[in-house]
Ligand binder design. Sequence first.
Ligand SMILES: [Zn+2]
Ligand SMILES: [Zn+2]
Length: 155
Amino acid sequence: METTAAAVARPSRDAWTSHLRSHGRRVTKQRLAVLDAVDAVPHATAEDTVRQVRSVLPNISVQSVYVVLADLTSIGMVSKLEPPGSPARYEIRTGDNHHHVYCISCGSIQDVPCAVGHAPCLTPSEDHGFQLLSAEVVFRGICPRCQNGGAAAVP
Ligand SMILES: [Zn+2]
Ligand SMILES: [Zn+2]
């Protein structure tokens, strides 16, 4: 069923398969195509993901891709980021507690590794008695391309 060499070489497939099964999900080509798409283009919007999935499965409906994305998010395989003033973005959940820098001009997003190396890497001044598991930071700024060329710069 593999269509490209890249898909064959992807080692994450085995992990995805067992993760899906451990959550009682069948391993379908739709689910794998969505995971592949999110893996290939991290921080893509749902719309971008639909386009990417459709390059592999041209007949899949937009609604199906949204449903699969939401389901994969609910079982912790995909993380949903919601940058302020921008559509939600998706990435394969890594569990490494990494953070993000977000360009307020062009909306590009990059990963920022956790400073301390394990979650939660930040200590709040008041934890309200919670046992803290993770911390997420969105740094907002202007990316180098926008600093140089302005918002009209093409990707
Ligand atoms: Zn930018
Ligand atoms: Zn990320």
